[in-house]
Design a protein around this ligand. Structure first.
Ligand code: PLP
Length: 382
């Protein structure tokens, strides 16, 4: 048996990626261009979404969608406190005020009750919802609870590829769903993001805003018959995806369904092997009509920090998703201690969350080592 540590995550790359990248390098056009357009079409087909705009990251995708709402500066925007810091930063960079919403402890996302409470207190102008770990949130129910139209909701679908609700992929029906192709995510490119939308106007707007707000993609200006002339109608960001990334994404997308199948099998094996261990709470079951993306396998356990150290000693790397935003120094300074003290379930559950290794390259032997290390540590606690 190998003595090396079981890594928390390892990115998978399809065999076709190398050739695809070399072709782009040889083509004479490496930044946003025909491969990006083709990847957008491929990803739109995968989701069954009307429009996809590829961008540099999920963080910039969130910021672009919020900016495109043209809300007054300083508008309250609901967000889970149990989320990635980049999603909070996107609200702040768009010029707005994050309102931290508590979670329902079964789903680990804000439910209608938590959203309605926060909305009654702050009269939000928009909301970011998040598919924590790959759980497909009910966007329509949360929009209603917030008293917001669907066009005021941005879906942080960084954990979303592969998740389905009512037979439709996450993001297929969103006004604005933001995906991440970061190295650790279900469909890694290395870096990259995408916005899926049913709104042609929003698609056109963020397409310009991802490249400074220029009215024409630069590659179209360089095509035969293209013009040097362009306008800047919105002050945009530098947040475009390159054709090198897009070519990787196209090859990865073909492999994604197989990887999702493996993730589901690994999760089921964890369910069976860990059920009934003392002190351990497994992820929610009984997801009727829902397809979980199994981006993360999140368990809950008391005295978590000590367990992380014990697992590390036993050669098993783990992670935590997430350290709640309300506990971070900068947000406490910006939002105030009182606002950051309004999410008691997040604070309590956040202390217990532990993400186990789960990725397509995790071997049966590796998973067995995770299971036996965890079982040993918990049984030793008595
Ligand atoms: C990873 C992640 C992001 C940010 O994605 P990037 O593509 O790295 O910007 C946003 N939200 C959540 C929930 C994430 O896990």
């Amino acid at each position: 048996m190998s003595r090396t540590t079981v890594p928390f995550t390892v990115p998978s790359f399809a065999g076709e990626v190398s050739d695809a990248v070399v072709k782009v390098l040889d083509s004479g056009w490496v930044t946003t261009g025909p491969q990006t357009a083709a990847f957008e079409q491929d990803f739109a087909d995968f989701l069954g979404a009307p429009h996809v705009v590829a961008v540099a990251s999920c963080t910039t995708a969130l910021e672009l969608c919020l900016r495109a709402m043209d809300l007054p500066q300083g508008s309250p925007v609901l967000t889970p406190s149990l989320t990635f810091c980049g999603a909070i930063n996107a609200i702040l960079h768009a010029g707005h005020r994050p309102v931290l919403v508590d979670i329902d402890e079964d789903t680990l996302v804000p439910g209608p009750r938590e959203v309605a409470e926060a909305a009654a207190r702050t009269a939000p102008r928009a909301m970011v919802v998040q598919n924590q770990g790959g759980y497909p949130v009910d966007v329509a129910a949360l929009a209603e609870a917030a008293g917001l139209g669907r066009d005021r909701v941005v879906e942080d679908a960084a954990h979303g590829p592969g998740a389905e609700r009512g037979g439709r992929p996450v993001g297929a029906e969103s006004h604005a769903a933001c995906f991440s192709f970061y190295a650790t995510k279900n469909m890694p490119i290395g870096e990259g993001g995408a916005i899926a939308t049913g709104d042609q106007e929003l698609a056109d707007r963020v397409r310009a805003m991802r490249l400074h707000g220029m009215s024409k993609d630069s590659w179209k200006r360089y095509l035969p018959g293209g013009s040097w002339r362009y306008d800047v109608k919105d002050v945009g960001l530098k947040a475009n995806m390159t054709d090198i990334q897009a070519s990787i994404g196209r090859a990865q997308l073909v492999a994604l369904p197989g990887w999702q199948k493996t993730r589901g099998e690994l999760a089921a094996r964890y369910d069976a092997a860990l059920d009934g261990l003392p002190g351990l709470t497994l992820p929610q079951r009984g997801l009727d009509g829902l397809q979980h993306a199994w981006h993360l396998y999140q368990v809950r356990v008391p005295d978590r920090d000590a367990l992380i150290a014990e697992l590390e000693t036993a050669g098993v790397a783990t992670s935590v998703h997430f350290i709640p935003a309300n506990q971070m120094t900068s947000y406490r300074r910006i939002l105030g201690e009182e606002e950051c003290g309004r999410v008691p379930v997040t604070d309590r559950v956040g202390e217990e969350l532990l993400s186990l290794p789960l990725y397509p390259g995790l071997t049966p032997d590796g998973q067995e080592r995770v299971v036996s290390a965890l079982t040993g540590a918990l049984r030793a606690r008595g």
